[in-house]
Design a protein around this ligand. Structure first.
Ligand SMILES: *Cc1c(COP(=O)(O)O)cnc(C)c1O
Length: 388
């Protein structure tokens, strides 16, 4: 919910910009950390969802670790104060330079995805006189019931290791003296709202883990990844993701061996709802059959609709009218996919109105780019611009 005091403050800020509700972020983190505390789980925030310095500092202070998918993310996490022993690093294509960065930092775990990757990590670690802690990222072949571009745990996806290859991995790990297997990692997709997916995942983890324990490996850590979805349709009604049910499903279905630690990698669910992209209407253009509300923000500021056909709730914050009309809400970028919604019902809208695109805190600003030589949107924070 964007307060009237925030809307008043927006009046003097150049649009477009990202607005972060710090109070909501703190509330979300409080709820999340109290639940993981209750169950004794560990969490590593997925930096790729939002790497804004202020957001990172708040999450780091809340006690979370970091989940990284590049060497630069590892370096940023460490620079932002995340303790190296809480940093995990996944990705199908880690370069030698990135691996060295992470080895130097002494991270908790490389989440590994292929035989050649483990060989390279082993060689580089040997060269530096180190032993790399690794987890195997398993592809459990589970349909996450989400958009195909954000599904990662199906056997046709590039991510993870399939069970038919376990034999090779087991042999490799025994041969490689500079890697140590510390666990198994799973991440099956993003924006998952069907909690049954996580129940299925818990069942698959038990089966897959057995293969390793039967051969004498102790799986000290199980990492269940991220992926919990948020409510893009009704952000004001559901500002906080359903963490309670999520952890309940995990707790009731995951078989945990004595001495085993359970880890999570939340991204979107922590930061999605606290961010809004704020823009102004430049023009209302009448088409043959429709009205276009043309905003001063575009796909370069928020690419999710163009990239994943994602839906974001759109609100006119300052219309003076009661009468509702339908608009195609579009951006100024020279691409037909530069649109935020079709047939969106808004109160009558005119040039200069302030528009909020909600649930833009995850995979929003961080994916910003300068296509068309547009400026990158800046970030503003509720506790710095609001009077109350
Ligand atoms: C992207 C990603 C996450 C976070 O996903 P969310 O859907 O934002 O929670 C977690 N783990 C890995 C390995 C990822 O790539």
């Amino acid at each position: 919910m964007i307060t009237t005091s925030a809307i008043k403050a927006f009046g003097s800020i150049e649009t477009p910009f990202y607005y972060y509700d710090i109070e909501l972020l703190n509330k979300t983190l409080d709820e999340y950390t109290s639940l993981i505390g209750k169950y004794g789980y560990s969490a590593h925030y997925a930096l790729k969802a939002n790497a804004d310095p202020r957001i990172l500092s708040i999450i780091q202070k809340a006690g979370l670790g970091a989940d990284c998918v590049s060497g630069n993310e590892v370096a940023l996490a460490i620079k932002s104060g995340f303790s190296p022993d809480k940093v995990v690093y996944a990705g199908v294509g880690k370069s030698d330079k990135e691996i060295k960065t992470a080895l130097k930092a002494g991270i908790f775990s490389f989440n590994c995805e292929s035989v050649p990757e483990i060989k390279v990590i082993n060689d580089l670690a040997a060269g530096m006189g180190k032993v790399a802690r690794i987890a195997l990222r398993i592809n459990p072949d589970i349909d996450a019931h989400t958009h195909k571009y954000i599904s990662t745990g199906l056997k046709e996806n590039k991510f993870g290791i399939s069970p038919w290859a376990f034999e090779d991995f087991a042999k490799l790990i025994e041969e490689c003296k500079n890697v140590k297997l510390i666990g198994l990692h799973f991440h099956v997709g993003s924006q998952i709202l069907d909690l049954g997916v996580f129940k299925t995942l818990c069942g698959r983890i038990a089966e897959l883990q057995k293969w390793f324990t039967d051969r004498g490996f102790f799986i000290e850590n199980l990492n269940l990844g991220g992926g919990l979805g948020v409510d893009y349709e009704n952000p004001n009604e559901n500002p906080i993701a359903n963490f309670k049910e999520y952890f309940k499903v995990i707790n009731e279905n995951l078989v945990v061996a004595p001495g085993q630690h359970i880890h999570f990698e939340p991204g979107r669910a922590l930061v999605g709802q606290c961010g809004h992209l704020i823009s102004r209407v430049l023009y209302v253009k009448l088409g043959q059959k429709k009205k276009f509300a043309i905003l001063d923000c575009g796909m370069n500021d928020l690419i999710r609709p163009a990239l994943y056909q994602a839906h974001h709730a759109i609100e006119n914050l300052t219309s003076e009218y009661k009468r509702k009309m339908r608009y195609d809400v579009v951006g100024p970028v020279c691409e037909s996919s530069d649109q935020f919604g079709k047939n969106i019902i808004l109160p009558q809208t005119q040039r200069g109105d302030l528009i909020a695109i909600h649930t833009a805190g995850a995979y929003g600003q961080v994916m910003g780019m300068r296509y068309n030589q547009r400026d990158l949107a800046k970030a503003y924070y509720s506790d710095e611009i609001c009077q109350d």
